[in-house]
Design a protein around this ligand. Structure first.
Ligand SMILES: CC(C)(COP(=O)(O)OP(=O)(O)OC[C@H]1O[C@@H](n2cnc3c(N)ncnc32)[C@H](O)[C@@H]1OP(=O)(O)O)[C@@H](O)C(=O)NCCC(=O)NCCS
Length: 198
């Protein structure tokens, strides 16, 4: 089993595993229609959020296809100012996820979901960059990719800020309720990520 160097710290954020105490914060964004808009599923109920926290608390295994790593994103230091709620518990403003799509060929999918109350501050980009670095530096990813609804411009901008390449535009490849959804695939390779940072 891979032992991960957690938590991860960035300039403004702490990325750490979720705990059962995060239920209110998690449901505050996962329960919103606007957050689920491009996720091809309804918003999560409080019970669904509680069950997902139980699963997440069981620990992370990173070995087989489908294994995932989901980290809570919490502002720290000065960034915490506006988010402060008393000593102790950090405010969770969103999450970033890695999924092992293929262990054999080291293909890793990245994703992000944030509370719209904290949008437009670059938190999602900063957290995505940090977990992408973890994927390459610690988890041995060869290729990191993101799949997103073609209408999800905020997500596309994150991919582009990370230096990912748009590799595919799949047209009406999924059904989102009554709407045919089209999908972009963005990706970057380990050697490209390293070269960009050199
Ligand atoms: C996708 C999603 C995370 C994007 O959120 P976001 O707020 O646009 O992303 P960021 O937090 O990185 O903020 C980026 C914006 O902050 C601005 N910004 C402000 N201060 C900044 C700072 N200090 N550093 C970086 N960017 C900053 C950027 O310019 C950028 O604005 P722009 O998009 O108008 O250019 C969010 O819309 C979301 O969670 N959606 C629902 C879930 C979802 O669809 N997930 C993706 C499934 S594929």
């Amino acid at each position: 089993m891979t032992t991960l160097p957690l938590p991860v710290s960035t300039e403004r954020l702490l990325l750490r595993p979720f705990t059962p105490d995060d239920l209110d914060d998690l449901h505050a964004y996962q329960g919103l229609d606007e957050v689920a808009r491009y996720l091809y599923r309804p918003p999560l109920t409080r019970d669904q959020c509680a069950r997902s926290l139980t699963r997440r608390a069981a620990g992370t295994v990173w070995a087989e296809d489908g294994d995932d790593l989901c980290l809570a994103v919490c502002p720290v230091g000065e960034a915490r100012g506006g988010e402060a709620r008393g000593a102790g518990k950090e405010q969770v403003v969103g999450e970033v996820v890695l999924k092992l799509a293929s262990a054999r060929s080291r293909q890793v999918e990245i994703g992000w979901i944030f509370n719209p109350a904290y949008a437009g501050r670059g938190y999602a980009t900063e957290a995505a960059r940090a977990i992408a670095e973890l994927a390459f530096a610690e988890l041995g990813a060869h290729r990191l990719f993101a799949r997103l609804d073609a209408l999800n411009t905020g997500s596309a901008r994150i991919c582009e800020r990370l230096g990912m390449r748009r590799e595919a535009h799949l047209v009406e490849n999924d059904l989102d309720g009554e709407r045919w959804g089209s999908e972009y695939v963005y990706a970057t390779l380990a050697r490209e990520w390293k070269a960009d940072r050199a």
